[in-house]
Ligand binder design. Structure first.
Ligand code: 2NL
Length: 344
């Protein structure tokens, strides 16, 4: 019996010494296996219990269990201390330096034609025009007929059209059908609206023409609106958009929905009027089309043309963007080439 007590005492002492020498968690786990494991020292001692007298066995078992509990507790304490040391070391080693410069976030930007579109709309909003939005899918009636462009009329050739498989439903070729919606919504009140939006034309894609592009159209309807209102308002727009000293001229033109019709040019932004490749030596750049709203179109919008008159205009922000930034190919706009887009 005293042999057994002796063996247990020296096991406990050896385990304590090994624990003190264990410098990391895996060394502690090795101590547990060595002394308390199935093939460990304690198990070997317990196997020797069989040779004791039956009377001595309970006391021997009690002694062995006490030693096991103490060694178990010592392992737990040592293990906890080493885990804490390892955590403290990791915290110190991996400390976050909040003063390091951050990873820059890749910033997006607005598409160049969106930037110009918004500038145009801002100028018109400042001049008292309300922004009106309208659908991209339209009826033949609104896109053409109510704008004084009947079927089979030669003027239809001005707009190559994407038709849907539904009879009479198409992609708008200009934002003008939205102007009819606006007139029908607000008549007989006078209106000043600006209509930005995407338009679609069934065309060969080249450096100068795309199958989709934006248009910004404007419309003013009221009593006693005359051609001088049209000219004064559009000249004011041109001065705000291209500079207060820029010369402006109007040339007679034709649109089915206006009479009379005109085109407005500004002095070339590149050469200032002396003539260059951009303005084809003319000194002028065509910026927009305009005119006095045709009486039939006024009527289709719900206004009495003997009381009301109005002017309208339309411009292409992509074309204006090309002139402002000297972009020589319209296909860049929807080509999604970052080398192009990141320049703006
Ligand atoms: C161009 C020419 C223009 C209009 C658009 C318009 C709309 C209604 C009535 C009368 Cl509802 N006119 N719009 C008028 C003249 C010219 O656009 O070349 N745009 C890029």
């Amino acid at each position: 019996m005293s042999d057994l007590a002796q063996a247990l005492a020296s096991l406990e002492a050896a385990a304590q010494a090994d624990l003190a020498a264990a410098l990391d968690v895996s060394a502690v786990d090795a101590v547990r296996v060595r002394y308390l494991g199935r093939k460990g020292s304690l198990a070997a001692i317990l196997r020797g219990l069989g040779g004791l007298d039956a009377a001595e066995r309970p006391l021997a078992g009690k002694l062995a269990n006490e030693v096991k509990t103490r060694v178990e507790a010592a392992i737990g304490t040592r293990r906890g201390a080493l885990v804490a040391v390892a955590q403290a070391a990791a915290l110190a080693a991996e400390r976050l330096d909040v003063t390091l410069p951050g990873q820059p976030v890749a910033m997006g930007r607005l598409h160049p034609s969106t930037q110009v579109l918004r500038r145009i709309c801002q100028i018109w909003a400042n001049m008292g025009f309300q922004i009106y939005r309208s659908r991209d899918v339209e009826s033949d009636e609104l896109n053409f007929e109510l704008l004084n462009i009947p079927a089979h009329h030669p003027a239809r050739d001005m707009w190559d059209t994407f038709y849907t498989e539904t009879e009479g439903v198409l992609l708008r070729t200009h934002t003008s059908p939205g102007q009819i919606h606006a007139m029908r919504e607000f008549h007989p009140e006078p209106i000043r609206v600006i209509l930005p939006g995407m338009c679609y034309r069934y065309e060969q894609i080249t450096a100068r023409s795309e199958i989709q592009f934006h248009q910004v159209e404007g419309l003013a309807v009221g009593r006693h609106i005359t051609m001088t209102d049209l000219k004064g308002t559009l000249i004011s727009f041109a001065h705000r958009m291209f500079g207060a000293n820029r010369q402006v001229r109007f040339r007679a033109s034709y649109f089915p929905f206006t009479e009379p019709s005109a085109e407005m040019d500004v002095e070339c932004l590149i050469c200032g009027g002396s003539g260059c490749g951009i303005c084809k030596q003319s000194g002028w750049l065509e910026i927009l089309g305009c005119g006095m709203v045709h009486p039939r179109v006024l009527q289709n919008g719900g206004y009495d043309p003997s009381v009301f008159s109005g002017f309208a205009f339309g411009m292409g922000p992509e074309r204006i963007t090309m002139l402002l930034h000297r972009i020589d190919d319209i296909r860049f706009f929807w080509g999604n080439d970052l080398r192009f887009l990141e320049q703006f």
